[in-house]
Design a binder for this molecule. Structure first.
Ligand code: ADP
Ligand code: MG
Length: 348
């Protein structure tokens, strides 16, 4: 074992894969999660269950670790900030606070002269007047959304008015982009101007949940370069340490937009486990633990499919896959509809 103990907040599939990557580097992992059934407890060295605002449990966790990172962005800022006074939290809590708020996130991106969808903040009833310019659009809660949760497609002002919006929460209304394609860039920033960056990944969604990812993305050279460039600008501006994902839209006129930033490893990067010498998870652990940066080498083109709900059952029964196929079972206790249960990567 190395002398580093890495604390990971969140015990889902991303936490599991970080723990697996850490193990390969001889780093001990302790996972903190509010779910007693968290699948990542199958892969880490030690598991603590507690709420994300339980000060005593958090203190117990912090005592045991050297560095803290996280697998999802919706952790209370207060919690990360308090931990950071005792042990380094990477990426920094301030990054998380910015990105977990859709409005602050989009304002930040636009200030860098990077294009996003058009958007408007909605905080009170009178904000619903004269929004025609933003329709058709999607109404999103400013915080706590994922996999399309907290989102409503809106076609008309009447539809918006009939929604009975709960104004105790903040929202943004985003103009719908006529999508040609969605891509993502996974980038790991080590320190000033030092990155490892994966090639653009092409993604398709079903019901706003990621379904397929593949490399190479079918895009022109300009979009290839611009997406990488924007991801570098964003991670440099954030002084980010670790792996980050930028999700992009491409419209029918080949304009590129940043959709959102995920300050963490990302589902679309699962194929990096098999398609590159170093996965997004290993690079994240290397960066936050201050280990050596190793140049990325692509091994193969690849495609990944998320196994959602009951689709996992079939794969659990297959005893032998083809040599170019890699099946991951997240070992979630219960099979639920619209829930990511595992994935299959195929090298192509
Ligand atoms: P989440 O935080 O749930 O991932 P996103 O904002 O990334 O939310 O939205 C999920 C998916 O919904 C996107 O990947 C895209 O397919 C679709 N979507 C969201 N916003 C827009 C938009 N403004 N125009 C077109 N499609 C959108
Ligand atoms: Mg998204």
């Amino acid at each position: 074992m190395s002398d580093i103990t890495l604390g990971i907040i969140g015990g889902g599939q991303l936490g599991s894969m970080m723990a697996i990557a850490a193990k390969k580097l001889n780093i001990t992992t302790i996972i903190f999660c509010d779910d007693v059934d968290a699948p990542a407890q199958n892969f880490c060295n030690n598991f603590i269950c507690g709420n994300y605002d339980d000060k005593e449990k958090i203190a117990e966790f912090v005592k045991l670790v050297d560095i803290v990172t996280f697998e999802f962005e919706n952790i209370p800022y207060e919690t990360l900030n308090e931990i950071n006074k005792l042990k380094p939290v990477l990426p920094k809590p301030a990054v998380n606070r910015l990105i977990q708020h859709r409005l602050a996130e989009k304002d930040f991106i636009n200030k860098l002269n990077i294009r996003t969808t058009r958007y408007v903040s909605i905080e009170k009833k009178s904000d619903l007047d004269s929004l025609e310019d933003f329709l058709p659009g999607i109404l999103k809660t400013t915080t706590l959304g994922y996999d399309g949760k907290g989102q409503h497609p809106i076609h008309s002002i009447d539809e918006l008015n009939s929604l009975n919006i709960d104004f105790s929460k903040g929202y943004i209304l985003e103009k719908l982009v006529k999508l040609k394609k969605e891509i993502s860039i996974i980038i790991t920033r080590f320190e000033n101007q030092k990155y490892e960056i994966y090639e653009p990944i092409e993604n398709t969604h079903q019901d706003q949940i990621l379904r397929n990812s593949k490399i190479p993305a079918d895009i022109d050279n300009k979009i290839f370069e611009q997406s990488k460039d924007w991801a570098m600008t964003i991670s440099e501006e954030l002084k980010y340490v670790g792996t980050l994902c930028v999700e992009f839209f491409i419209d029918r006129n080949d304009n590129l937009y940043v959709n959102e930033i995920a300050p963490r490893v990302h589902n679309s990067g699962h194929l990096t486990i098999n398609a590159y010498n170093i996965s997004q998870f290993e690079n994240h652990v290397r960066a936050v633990c201050g280990l050596e940066q190793i140049p990325l080498k692509k091994i193969s083109n690849a495609k990944m499919i998320n196994l959602i709900g009951d689709e996992i059952s079939k794969y659990r029964k297959i005893s032998k896959l083809n040599d170019n196929e890699f099946f991951f079972d997240y070992l979630k206790k219960e099979i639920k509809d619209k829930r990511k249960m595992g994935h299959l990567t195929t090298l192509i």
